[in-house]
Design a protein around this ligand. Sequence first.
Ligand code: TRP
Length: 457
Amino acid sequence: MTRGAFSRLGFILAAAGSAVGLGNIWRFPYLAGENGGAAFVIIYIICSFLICYPLMIGEVSIGRSTQTDAYGAYKGLGGKRWGLLGLYGILCGFLILSFYNVVAGWAFGYFVELVFGPLLAQRDKAQFFTDFTSSIGLNFVFSLGFMAATAFIVARGIAGGIEKANKIMMPALFVILLLIIGYALTLPRAMEGVRFYLIPQLSEVKLSTLYAAMGQAFFSLSLGMGGLITYGSYVSKQQSIARSSVLIAATDLSVALLAGLMVFPLVFSQGLSPSEGPPLVFIVLPEVFGAMGPVAGRFVGGAFFLLLCFAALTSTISLLEVPVTYFIDQHKQKRGMIAWVLALVIFVLGLPSMLSFGAVEFFTHLPFYGGKPALAFVTEIFSDVSLPLGGCLMSLFIVTRWKRANFNQEIRQGAPALAGSWLERFINLVLAYVAPPLLGALTVLLILEKIFGISPF
Ligand code: TRP
């Protein structure tokens, strides 16, 4: 039985699709808006290329060198104990998908409610959001629908499913994004939004800005939990990992930057304020679309939520592929079957997150987690804290166990010019001396902040 493989472009699009997601369109703009505008953007670019880029190369090359799932890859190169790191990544992927799919379900639900339902005409968009997210029925239907779409694509395999879906959705995503930006920039006061977004406010830059940027870069590039090991295991030895990774990081960055250029002009055109978190996308923007009137509002709003669904779907398929590849490679399961089974299991695992916005009181105010919703609990533990930790351990694995010479031999495949180049030296330097202490410190800070509520800065 063959495992399947990506074409060169297919891998770049699929990995960029994994990277581009809710994180770019929803989280990045408001983080930038809150953390000093362009100052944050510059720090983010530095984090992406100076630190995350070498880690991305590291992760993809572990996968390509072993041509197997995250667990099998670590075990194959480092023995049983390192295999645990792979299992840890697979577990994180499970839980990340469980909450991510809930928000993706909202995006899907909002698309339907806006284009075909009563959302645009609703006067109180905040009330609509509360009613929508606390409704068991609506959440259930839309997140199950989204998970089914994810399973449907993954079940069709690497080339016929994942690659094909990304080849359609990624270009479509760019076109929709550019169209909305073009429209948004013609609106009155649009430039106020651009200014808010892009003028650096150095006074807003604190040490916490630095690690907000770092954490976001990690999540946005889908690093630290074996997702790229998994996709990397389907990459051909003729492909240059270093070159493809530049394109992946650049795509991710450009979608994030463009998303800000779309969101803020829209928000400022109605004189609204860019608030933090779910309200920005699910309350403030629907207000903007509502004010455009029923026709323009349906077009622009519908396009926006479709864009959000595409971005989310290319990410959920990459998350589901991690355990699917594991069960195919380690337990000889059939792809078509295991994709659906795992999707169902993860959906069930996501029920607490789904019911944590008023549907079930216990999950809405977790007593053992400071009264925060279950979705925040899962996000903070299995994503915010776990991804930098996973990245830290991965870089330690490469330098202490796999060893520099083997790593370099892998990245030189398909990229002979890399041998002895400054880029190769730079990648090695970051993996050995920069990433482990930096990510270790970041993990400690995040544990203090997220779990114990202590912000040292
Ligand atoms: N990067 C995606 C986003 O920005 C989310 C995502 C997909 C992800 N796969 C991941 C995050 C793996 C962490 C790990 O929305």
